[in-house]
Design a protein around this ligand. Structure first.
Ligand code: GLN
Length: 217
C-alpha cells in the first residue's frame, strides 16, 4: 500500500513536492484544511516564506491542529521555510513569528547572507545512498544548534569542494568568509526530517524516498 503524504498547500512550491513524492512511491495530496490532516500518513511543509506560511496556518485554522498532530507523532518533512516551521527555536525571526516546533534545533533564517542567498550545491546526506544529493539553497536557513536527540544528516561542503561561493565580507554577521562551510543543512529527529535546501526542484527524488521510508516505518 502506498502511504498517503500531504503537502501543505498554503504557499510555496507545492507542485514540485507532489511530483517528487509520487516518484518516491507515495500518493500525494494537498492539505489546506484541518479535516484533511486525518487522512494523511505524513506531511511535507514546502519552502516559501516561513513568516507568511505561519500567518496562513493561523488564518486557515491549521496551526493548532498541526502542532498537535506533530506532537502526536505525525511524520513531517520540512524543506527550507518548512525547516524553520519545524524548529523549536529561530534566530532572525520576525517579532510575531511562531513555529509549529517539534524539532529540537535552533535555526538561523537567511543564514547564508546576501551574497550567496541563493546557490546550488550538492551534499552528502546520511540515509540517502547513491552519492551527493543536488541541493538548491534559496535564501536558506541553517541549523545553528541541534539538541542531543537530533541526528545531523548533512553539512555544507568545505571551500574548494565545489560548495557554495565564499560570501563577501559585508554579507552579514552570520556569513563571514568561510563560515558557510560545514553548516548543518539536514537533520532528523524521530519521524521529523528537515533540510535547509530544496531537493524537489533538482529532479532527484532520493530525499523524498527517505521521507517515504520514514513514513512507512
Ligand atoms: N528565507 C525564507 C524564510 O525565512 C525561506 C526560504 C525558502 O523557503 N526558500 O522563510
Amino acid at each position: 500500500m502506498k502511504p498517503v503524504i500531504g503537502v501543505l498547500a498554503l504557499q510555496g512550491d507545492v507542485r514540485e513536492h507532489v511530483a517528487a513524492l509520487e516518484v518516491a512511491g507515495a500518493r500525494a495530496v494537498t492539505v489546506r484544511r484541518p479535516t484533511e490532516l486525518a487522512a494523511i500518513d505524513g506531511l511535507v511543509l514546502p519552502g516559501g516564506e516561513s513568516t507568511t506560511i505561519d500567518k496562513l496556518l493561523r488564518i486557515f485554522e491549521l496551526f493548532d491542529p498541526l502542532r498537535a498532530a506533530i506532537a502526536a507523532g505525525l511524520p513531517v518533512y520540512g524543506s527550507c521555510a518548512g525547516m524553520i516551521l519545524l524548529a523549536d527555536r529561530v534566530l532572525g525571526a520576525t517579532h510575531d513569528q511562531q513555529t509549529l516546533g517539534g524539532l529540537d534545533v535552533t535555526v538561523r533564517r537567511n543564514a547564508f547572507g546576501r551574497q550567496v542567498d541563493s546557490f546550488e550545491s550538492s551534499v552528502e546526506m546520511a540515509g540517502v545512498p547513491g552519492g551527493p544529493v543536488p541541493a538548491a539553497f534559496i535564501r536558506a536557513p541553517w541549523v545553528e544548534e541541534a539538541g542531543p536527540g537530533v541526528q545531523v544528516l548533512a553539512r555544507t561542503r568545505h571551500r574548494g569542494a565545489s560548495g557554495p561561493a565564499v560570501p563577501a565580507p559585508d554579507a552579514g554577521p552570520a556569513a563571514g568568509a568561510g563560515e558557510d562551510a560545514g553548516r548543518i543543512v539536514a537533520v532528523r529527529q524521530g519521524t521529523l526530517l528537515a533540510t535547509s535546501f530544496h531537493p524537489e526542484i533538482t529532479g532527484d527524488a532520493r530525499v523524498h524516498e527517505l521521507f517515504v521510508a520514514i513514513v512507512k516505518e
